[in-house]
Design a binder for this molecule. Structure first.
Ligand code: PMP
Ligand code: GLN
Length: 390
């Protein structure tokens, strides 16, 4: 195919990701806007962030914290994170050598992959998979090895995983609580992972951005909890999720000194450093209170509201164990492919969701939609009222 650029100036651009289009989150949020639909597609809250956090940001701006932050992040923010990890996961990360502040979890994940993965390496991801992993791996010239999570439930099939591990496997990316699977890793899963990687040359990248969103009394099983796993892992988190501020795009990466050193070699040329005044605000906020303590109950109430509501419609919801998403089947409503159905639901009933097949390279379609419940109760009630008419 000849592009218009080639015709105009003779320039040929060979895409590094020719099969990749615009992400589904952008597509569905745009469709929601176009049809003034209630947007339960892209994951972001519709309620305000803490007034205190806003006040701390404004204080930091006025105090003149407006120049470059240290490359690895503001030390007092890294110290506050170290204290949190010690408290919650009993792991003492050194704030100087082992914690780096990033421009959201997305940059943390990308930089980690770019720093650790070489051309020709194999990287295992689990499907359905969050959409940023595979492109980041491919851009390094590495091979994506896709392991399907067990259906239903979306847990890891450890026996099947053993079959795909090879001498070229360099990295395994895990994501718990899982987006979009809404499953969580158990303590037994951590033992399986430890056994699988023991004595190997495999590193782990653990996407834990939904760490505070686990339900029904479960506790988050961070890879930081196990010495053996933590020693070969980079653990990624996001303040956007924890503080209801997805637009802030500030995250962090924790890992042993040797891995963090490699991470920073890339980080310093990739972003160098992250937004200074907001790092001051976050550090102050983290120091003031264990704000995350109420989060589980806060989100569980929303999950239960949406689950109960959907159970009263022709959709069949699946009770999420983690994340701020809930899956529901529309099998009783339609046999349409999920992308078409999600578009139709947005246009005809004014509720936008995410079709699950987009998280599978081969497009497996199980007639599932992902609903974000990080919304005000009135938003969820309004959506349910519309969904009850489907
Ligand atoms: N990982 C997962 C599983 C996510 O759902 C998201 C998006 N919210 C991210 C990473 C990216 O987080 P951030 O917005 O901090 O870049
Ligand atoms: N993580 C968010 C989700 O899963 C979206 C982030 C984005 O838009 N890239 O909905």
């Amino acid at each position: 195919m000849t592009s218009s650029l080639e015709l105009a100036v003779g320039l040929r651009v060979e895409s590094k990701l020719p099969d990749v289009g615009t992400t589904i989150f952008t597509v569905m949020s745009a469709l929601a806007q176009q049809h003034q639909a209630i947007n339960l597609s892209q994951g972001f809250p519709d309620y305000p962030i803490s007034e205190r956090l806003i006040a701390l940001t404004s204080e930091a701006l006025r105090a003149g914290h407006n120049q470059y932050a240290p490359m690895a992040g503001l030390l007092k923010l890294r110290e506050a994170l170290a204290a949190k990890y010690e408290r919650l996961y009993r792991r003492a990360y050194d704030p100087v050598e082992e914690i780096t502040i990033t421009a959201g979890a997305t940059q943390g994940l990308y930089t980690a992959i770019a720093a650790l993965v070489h051309r020709g390496d194999e990287v295992v991801i689990f499907e359905p998979a969050y959409d940023s992993y595979a492109p980041a791996i491919r851009l390094q010239g590495a091979t994506v090895v896709r392991q399907q999570l067990r259906f239903p439930g979306y847990g890891i099939d450890w026996e099947a995983l053993k079959q795909v591990i090879s001498s070229r496997t360099r990295l395994i990316i895990v994501n718990s609580p899982n987006n979009p699977g809404t499953s969580v890793l158990s303590s037994t899963d951590l033992s399986e992972l430890a056994q699988l990687t023991r004595g190997s040359n495999i590193m782990l990248l653990s996407d834990e951005v939904y760490e505070h969103m686990v339900y029904d009394g479960a506790t988050h099983q961070s890879l930081a909890l196990r010495e053996e796993l933590a020693a070969r892992s980079l653990v990624v988190g996001s303040f956007g999720k924890t503080f209801h501020a997805t637009g802030w795009k500030i995250g962090y990466v924790l890992g042993p000194q040797e891995l963090t050193r490699e991470f920073r070699r890339v980080h310093q040329f990739n972003v160098f450093c992250v937004n200074t005044p907001m790092q001051h605000a976050l550090a102050g906020f983290l120091e003031e209170a264990a704000h995350y303590e109420g989060l589980q109950a806060f989100f569980q109430e929303k999950r239960d509201l949406l689950y109960r509501g959907l159970a009263g419609t022709r959709f069949t919801p699946v009770l999420a164990k983690g994340s701020y998403f809930l899956l529901a089947s529309y099998e009783r409503v339609s046999a349409q492919p999920d992308r078409e159905f999600a578009a139709w639901l947005t246009r005809s009933h004014g509720v936008a969701t995410i079709p699950l097949s987009v998280f599978h390279a081969e497009g497996q379609d199980r007639k599932l939609l992902r609903f974000c419940f990080a919304k005000r109760p009135e938003t969820l009630y309004a959506a349910l009222e519309r969904l009850a008419r489907v």
